[in-house]
Write a protein that binds this ligand. Structure first.
Ligand code: ADE
Length: 230
């Protein structure tokens, strides 16, 4: 049976997907709770990693080392930094970058990681499979940027968009990508837009308002994806 690891940063994000699956078992490894679920012929292991790149990287390695997953999905919400994306749209990552990784002092471009590169590509098969899914919101395929900062400033969002071509920002995906790349595990990041950095415009952060709705949107998407993965 195919085993899919699914990592979420927040409880709200995990619960939206958990509701759609049949829970079979749950257990803790260190302080992380793993929810073993079934969906038709698939086994899914859901886990809440906590916020930020270190939490996400640690959780990913624990998942890989202990649970022999065939692939990893990172599911959740994100801030839109491109004019192409609107609140609740779904973004399928084709590649991930750490926008706050900075070795410019050593003549590397911002985001470049010596043993990894600038971008880490998501698995081709998982991208193509996700692209075929239709739900009642717009879906985009493109770059997702991660960093240990909740981006609220319009200016910072615009810079991340123009420097990296990112459609959205979040705080975990690229570190999960790095660990999967280094451990040779196929992965995909899928996010739904909960807010857009726009502080200088009207100081109106919609994260709290849309966390539940966007989590439900991306849960609907991943539910269909789980069925389609061979
Ligand atoms: N996750 C959701 N919205 C975000 C934002 N604006 N910045 C970073 N991570 C996010």
């Amino acid at each position: 049976m195919k085993k899919i690891g699914i990592i979420f940063a927040l409880k709200e994000e995990l619960e939206a997907t958990l509701k759609k699956l049949t829970l079979k078992n749950e257990y803790k490894i260190f302080d992380l709770t793993f929810y073993e679920c079934e969906k038709k012929d698939k086994e899914c292991i859901l886990v809440e990693c906590g916020i930020g790149k270190v939490n996400a990287a640690r959780c990913t390695q624990i998942l890989i080392d202990n649970l022999e997953v065939d692939c990893i999905l990172n599911i959740g919400v994100a801030g839109g930094v491109s004019k192409k994306v609107n609140i609740c749209d779904v973004v399928i990552g084709d590649k991930l970058v750490q926008h706050d990784f900075d070795l410019r002092a050593f003549n590397h471009e911002r985001g470049y990681i010596p043993n990894v590169g600038l971008y880490v590509n998501c698995d081709e098969y998982l991208i193509r499979t996700a692209e075929k899914i239709k739900i009642d919101t717009n879906t985009h395929v493109g770059t997702i940027a991660s960093g240990d900062i909740f981006v609220t400033e319009l200016n910072m969002g615009e810079k991340i968009n123009s420097k990296f071509g990112a459609l959205c920002v979040e705080m975990e995906g690229a570190s999960i990508a790095q660990v999967c790349y280094l451990s040779n595990v196929p992965f995909l990041v899928i996010r739904s837009i909960s807010d857009s950095p726009n502080k200088s415009a009207n100081n109106n952060i919609t994260f709290d308002e849309f966390l539940e709705k966007s989590s439900n949107t991306v849960a609907k998407f991943v539910n269909k994806l789980i069925e389609k993965i061979d």
